[in-house]
Design a protein around this ligand. Structure first.
Ligand code: XMP
Length: 309
């Protein structure tokens, strides 16, 4: 069992010792990991932590506004918001290989970051890496951008205060640090965001489709009172046949995935009530232009991973 008060006290002390009177920088995504890490380090060194929210354009609906409101206005963090959506889209044009997509996103992320870090003269890079991130990366299953290694020339020193924790423990720490439930109980969301929920090439149109569909899935699951590890929509490759009125139509296929898990190392597809799934299907096909088919993903992890790419 995690002794949360002790963990926070010791981590704060460690951070102060490591960073001293230096300056640190963190990529804040709004997920529970980076949020807890940011607030913890802010608690230790105050405004000398610069939190950077890189909007790569693959965030969920309304996410950027929510993060700005909470961390900048309410919690007083030294937050910079960088709009890099166009740059990321350009870099990913024509790219279909999942690992290549992740790599490009990871590298651009670091580059955007480096620029801010240089301007701020930061010496330390804080990351919200947690145990499953590095365990899976070491196992070679997927490259998570937050442990992908820093490109040449980067002289920042890594600070990873949550490295030994699992997700359930991070949530406890986050609550203790005063973060609201919308963050502490937030569903995990991958660093590369909606980019890994579009199978194949990313286009602005597909991005809009998956963003709207994903928002509907999250909303209906929440309304139904279900508390899965993660609920998401992914956009599959290609188009399938549908009907609109009496006319044949080709449309996108959305896969709905709802999983239960303790630490994301393994997961089970959740038995979501049929009427909830039907509501999701009806709303997506009615409200999201271009979607003619909605599937439910029954696969556990293993053999499938939680995200589609
Ligand atoms: P997979 O798809 O590997 O996902 O079963 C396991 C958990 O990790 C999240 N995930 C990521 N988190 N950067 C992250 O910070 C990433 O690149 C990334 N990829 C997957 C995923 O949402 C799931 O909860």
């Amino acid at each position: 069992m995690l002794d949360v008060d002790r963990f926070i006290a010791e981590a704060t002390e460690d951070i102060r010792t490591t960073i001293g009177d230096g300056t640190a920088i963190i990529a804040l995504s709004g997920g529970v990991d980076s949020s807890a890490a940011a607030v913890l380090v802010h608690k230790a060194i105050g405004k000398r932590l610069v939190a950077v929210f890189v909007d790569h354009g693959f965030m969920r609906k309304g996410e950027r506004e929510e993060i700005e409101g909470l961390f900048k206005e309410k919690m007083g963090l030294n937050l910079r918001v960088i709009d890099a959506a166009e740059q990321f889209l350009r870099a990913l044009k024509g790219v279909t290989d999942p690992e290549k997509k992740r790599k490009i996103i990871g590298e651009h992320f670091i580059r955007v970051f480096e620029e801010v870090a240089r301007k701020e003269e930061a010496e330390f890079l804080v990351q919200g890496t947690i145990a499953p991130d590095w365990i899976e990366s070491e196992g070679g299953i997927k490259s998570h951008h937050n442990v992908a290694g820093l490109p040449g020339g980067m002289t920042l020193r890594l600070v990873e205060p949550l490295r030994d924790l699992y997700k359930d423990e991070v949530r406890i720490v986050a609550r203790k640090l005063g973060l609201p439930e919308s963050i502490s109980e937030r569903m995990p969301f991958p660093g590369p965001g909606l980019a890994v929920r579009i199978v194949g090439e990313i286009t602005p149109e597909k991005l809009e489709v998956v963003r709207e569909a994903n928002a509907i899935v999250e909303e209906e699951i929440r309304k139904a009172g279900l508390k899965p590890w993660q609920a998401l929509a992914a956009l599959l490759e290609g188009k399938t046949v549908g009907v609109k009125g009496d006319i044949r139509d080709y449309g996108y296929t959305i896969a709905v995935r709802v999983v239960e898990s303790v630490d994301a190392m393994t997961a089970n597809a959740m038995e979501v009530p049929w009427e909830v799934l039907r509501t999701i299907m009806k709303r997506i096909t009615r409200e999201v232009p271009g979607v003619t088919r909605v599937l439910y993903d029954l696969t556990d992890k293993p053999p499938a991973t939680i995200e589609f790419e």
